[in-house]
Ligand binder design. Structure first.
Ligand code: ADP
Ligand code: MG
Length: 282
């Protein structure tokens, strides 16, 4: 078990007139090697929750365990937690500030106090993982496309060699090609490096395709925690929360209402295509 969250509450501005209950009794255990999706309407508490997992925010009450250790216990090494649980913020390119791509990716490992050789080795490895070759090393972050900047920011976190990688809407604002490239790179990290992934996204299509498990937040509470297929069966409840199922799920349900004998748990276009072709060939 990598991360265990117990009865976590977070109140912003506690005791002021602006008090905001952002997390309410959240309980969740994330196992090593899972690919977890996190969805919820804007303001539902997604960003607040993930910032607790690496200790950036502290719960108003509740506990968080990382590999069995309570991160709120006295003397707990928060710095080490932050390198093991890497967090890529929303619009992370706003935090690129070094003169060139390579220096930017070196920033994190430098702070870990590693040797120069090791820092550079890690930076090279991380840039390779996000598909940026040597021709990018000396470029200014400002010369890059939106997708490239995003990848530099992700490489900066990967260079810390995290065990858990949390990404807050890493594809927001990117074109479809840039989006697919980044998600495929994340999937490859999960598959090849066995990194635990927590991905916040607005795209139900991406969740159906990439996540093994889907958490749904609503008004600060965790309301679903199941496989994407099982969660999307509740599309009517999701709609009440301002969410939806993948579009293909609606097509499948419509077909069923017209008497077509097709399974009700198809959530990707590929699955639906295969099922429809099978019916047509009967
Ligand atoms: P999400 O990431 O799902 O959009 P957030 O975690 O950002 O949701 O926000 C959850 C709730 O907490 C919202 O009501 C939001 O307005 C409030 N909130 C978020 N950050 C702050 C903050 N720094 N100060 C006060 N309230 C905040
Ligand atoms: Mg957010």
């Amino acid at each position: 078990m990598a991360i265990k969250v117990e009865h976590l509450n977070h109140i912003y501005g506690e005791g002021t007139a602006f008090e905001q209950y952002a997390l309410k009794d959240v309980n969740v255990t994330i196992e090593d090697g899972q690919f977890v999706g996190l969805i919820g309407h804007t303001g539902s508490g997604k960003s607040t929750l993930i910032q607790h997992l690496n200790g950036l925010l502290r719960g108003s009450s509740g506990s968080i365990y990382y590999n069995g250790e309570n991160i709120y216990s006295e003397g707990y090494d928060m710095k080490s937690l932050r390198s093991k649980v890497g967090l890529v913020f929303q619009y992370p390119e706003h935090q690129l500030f070094e003169v060139d791509v390579f220096s930017d990716v070196c920033f994190g490992p430098k702070n870990l106090g590693l040797s120069k050789d090791e820092i550079e080795e890690r930076a090279k490895g991380a840039l390779e993982q996000v598909g940026l070759d040597e021709s990018f090393y000396r470029k200014s972050p400002f010369e890059l496309s939106g997708g490239q900047k995003r990848r530099v920011a992700i490489a900066g976190v990967l260079a810390m060699e995290p065990e858990v990688l949390i990404l807050d809407e890493p594809t927001a604002g990117l074109d479809p090609k840039g989006r697919d490239e980044i998600l495929d790179e994340i999937k490859a990290l999960h598959r090849e490096k066995k990194i635990t992934i927590i991905l916040v996204s607005h795209s139900m299509e991406d969740m159906a395709r990439y996540a093994d498990r889907l958490l749904v937040m609503n008004h600060g509470e965790k309301v679903f925690d199941d496989s994407p297929k099982n969660v999307f069966k509740h599309y009517k409840e999701l709609e009440k929360m301002g969410l939806a199922a993948p579009q293909i799920t609606y097509v499948v349900h419509e077909l069923r209402e017209h008497g077509v004998d097709i399974a009700d748990d198809l959530t990707t276009v590929e699955e639906a295509r295969d099922a429809i072709l099978k019916i047509l060939r009967r």
